[in-house]
Design a protein around this ligand. Structure first.
Ligand SMILES: [Zn+2]
Length: 124
């Protein structure tokens, strides 16, 4: 599917918004980045709480079905107040989150991102 949209599953942390959006726009043919934010979203997705997943699906369906987004990005970041684990644990959680979202949506590309201590984006 050809679309100008992607969907970003990010922490609420204000330091992570522009780095993630700009990186996605710089690296893919994407104009608009839909935002779904939750404190420490890498940890929250891994929890697979039914209510959270249902709410997430409602939002992602709008991006995918109405906006035609064909890519989703999942972010974990340095110094996350809602998910105070080390980098290794963050990376594991991001990878697991990517698997969970891929199972829900097998028709889109799902990419994990780490935002480091300089608030630069690293693709996982
Ligand atoms: Zn955070």
């Amino acid at each position: 599917m050809n679309s100008d949209f992607a969907v970003l599953l990010n922490c609420m942390d204000g330091r992570t918004q522009l780095p993630a959006i700009n990186w996605i726009r710089d690296n893919f043919r994407v104009k608009y980045v839909d935002i779904i934010s939750e404190p420490g979203i890498d940890k929250v997705i891994c929890g697979e709480d039914e209510n959270f997943i249902n709410s997430l699906k409602y939002k992602m369906d709008i991006s995918i079905n109405s906006h035609g987004a064909s890519m989703a990005f999942i972010v974990g970041h340095y110094d996350c107040a809602a998910n105070k684990v080390d980098k290794i644990t963050h990376i594991e959680q991001i990878k697991k989150s990517v698997c969970i979202i891929k199972k829900l949506y097998n028709n889109i590309e799902v990419i994990g991102l780490w935002i480091n201590e300089n608030f630069e984006v690293e693709k996982i």
